[in-house]
Design a protein around this ligand. Structure first.
Ligand code: ZN
Length: 286
């Protein structure tokens, strides 16, 4: 397992952590401000959200690399299933393709998929996983031609009513198996899988070479909001080192991105303080 105690060159910021990708939240920093602040602090990379790029993908990608940072990923595809997805399949696939184009323009090779929930008219998640696999399979070639990998991110069961139809790494790997494309893998976010005592075993047996991202935050013991009350690393109950050991044992050697949705705590603080705290906690808790 890598030692981060004296070195945070593998630390990346997911810009969700600064709040500005959600209307009315955060300090409103521009991508340029984020890039400069991360570079100053020795971060290794940044993952952006589509909303903040707004047609400037090429420019922001180049600016990030010029500052010595890696563009780790892009969040995210539209919902591909479920009640929050666009109303028709052609609209879903069009926006899916657009998100792939944007990842390619940004110059990142990882586009995250948050799947969306159970398809209206169905019960449970298995039928929706089939629809998901079909839609991912139909976009996988398009993504491969543009050098983009698709990372299926399982989300906590608490969000499965409308935001996900894959809740465990095993679910995500089942969909990968059904898609069967070399550029489709999974992302592991500690917030969503910290509770899964079978995770390490699943990744050890099935995850080799298929983990495309690792996301850090913490699960607060008394969380007040499943979406917007994530904890800073070290403030919660997730065994962050064990989780990282599980992904690294399965061969993951990429950057570790901090992704903290925190409307009432971290999004209210000055971004400089948040970024500094992340460095300290990354070295001491992750
Ligand atoms: Zn994540």
């Amino acid at each position: 397992m890598r030692d981060f105690s004296q070195d945070h060159s593998t630390l990346a910021l997911n810009t969700a952590t600064l709040g500005h990708n959600l209307e009315g939240h955060g300090a409103g920093w521009s991508p340029e401000q984020v890039i400069d602040a991360c570079a100053e602090r020795g971060y290794g990379g940044i993952t952006f959200w589509r909303r903040e790029l707004a047609g400037r993908e090429v420019e922001i990608g180049a600016r990030t690399r010029a500052a010595g940072l890696q563009v780790v990923g892009l969040c995210r595809t539209p919902f591909l299933t479920g009640p929050l997805a666009l109303p028709s399949e052609p609209e879903i696939m069009d926006d899916f393709h657009r998100s792939i184009d944007e990842a390619a323009a940004l110059g990142t090779d990882v586009l995250t998929i948050v799947t969306g929930g159970p398809e209206p008219g169905t019960k449970g998640v298995l039928e929706s996983q089939k629809i998901l696999a079909d839609r991912v399979a139909r976009a996988a070639g398009y993504a491969a031609e543009r050098g983009v990998k698709l990372a299926l991110e399982p989300l906590s069961p608490a969000t499965a009513g409308n935001r996900t139809c894959i809740m465990t790494a095993a679910d995500a790997l089942n969909v990968c198996d059904a898609v069967d494309a070399p550029n489709v893998g999974i992302a592991i976010d500690v917030y969503h899988v910290w509770w899964d005592t079978t995770l390490a075993q699943t990744l050890a047996t099935r995850g080799k070479g298929r983990i495309l991202g690792f996301h850090l935050c913490d699960w607060l013991a008394d969380t007040s909001d499943i979406l917007l009350d994530r904890g800073m690393m070290g403030d919660g109950v997730a065994d962050l080192k064990a989780l990282r050991n599980a992904v690294e044992s399965a061969g993951y050697s990429g950057l570790c991105e901090v992704e903290i949705f925190s409307a009432n705590t971290w999004w209210l603080r000055p971004p400089e303080e948040v970024l500094d705290t992340i460095v300290t906690r990354f070295r001491s808790c992750c």
